[in-house]
Ligand binder design. Structure first.
Ligand code: DGL
Length: 259
């Protein structure tokens, strides 16, 4: 069981930001990454659609022999992880916007969250925000249009810059000192965001925490790969293998797979 891969899925290429953290922390583990780019963005879909797509991705990863599943998508986690945990007998790790560290550390008592509509409207997101936002102003911003631009390889476009400027201005005006990236596609935008934001604003995401949590759960379930053979790193996309290969800086092969 231990040599079996970790399964990771996202609505597209964004979850590779989580995969990078996982691979850094757990270099001996084999991984299978599914980018469901054909159905991106998930962020504008209904809860039921997000659940159905998450079940489909999970079934494929289990069929490919995965021992644990990392839902590398805030939208899928906040809308579907409960159903996934109730439906499959395998451990799941999810990702949620890192509101807690931002809320605990803010000096200006104002924090910004950039996430999809699906995440911001979810029950799980509201529960977490209610728990930590006492006395703090939380500026929520939907990142409408960002994911489709990343999925079509327009990470560095003028259109992206214009969107980010529009989305950041109300947060800058509210004097936030923390910006929480609540979508796994967004860490790829950190260079552009640093150009826009005043220097004192810190950007945080949940990638490293997810990798740490995955390690802990693997240890708990005695699922860590203790074998010596080289791990296999597989990447599948059902729409844009070239965009994903370029985000991975051409270091890994991305296969096209219909799912
Ligand atoms: N990467 C995703 C997330 O973390 C999904 C974005 C989308 O497909 O809208 O929310």
């Amino acid at each position: 069981m231990n040599v079996q891969p970790i399964g990771i899925f996202d609505s597209g290429v964004g979850g590779t930001s989580i995969w990078q953290e996982l691979h850094l922390r757990l270099p001996n583990e084999s991984t299978i990454y599914l980018a469901d780019s054909k159905h991106a963005p998930y962020g504008t879909k209904s809860k039921n659609e997000i659940i159905d797509l998450s079940i489909k991705n999970t079934q494929l990863l289990i069929q490919k022999g995965c021992k644990i599943i990392v839902v590398a998508c805030n939208t899928a986690t906040t809308n579907a992880i409960k159903t996934l945990r109730n439906s499959f007998d395998i451990p799941f790790i999810g990702i949620e916007p890192a509101i807690k560290p931002a809320a605990l550390n803010t000096q200006t008592k104002a924090i910004g969250i950039l996430a999809t509509k699906g995440t911001l409207s979810s029950e799980l997101f509201h529960q977490t925000t209610d728990l930590y936002s006492n006395g703090i102003q939380v500026i929520e911003q939907e990142g409408e249009g960002i994911v489709p631009l990343i999925e079509s390889g327009q990470l560095d476009s003028d259109e992206m810059k214009a969107l980010l400027n529009t989305y950041m201005q109300p947060m800058i005006d509210a004097n936030i000192d923390y910006l929480v990236l609540g979508c796994t596609h967004y860490p790829y935008l950190i260079p552009q965001l640093l150009d826009i934001l005043p220097k004192h604003i810190k950007i945080i995401d949940s990638g490293a925490a997810v990798a740490k949590q995955t390690q802990m759960i693997l240890e708990q379930h005695k699922l860590l790969n203790t074998g010596l053979q080289k791990p296999e790193l597989k990447f599948y996309s059902n729409a844009s293998p070239e965009v994903m290969a370029s985000l991975l800086e051409g270091k890994y092969q991305v296969e096209k797979l219909d799912f």
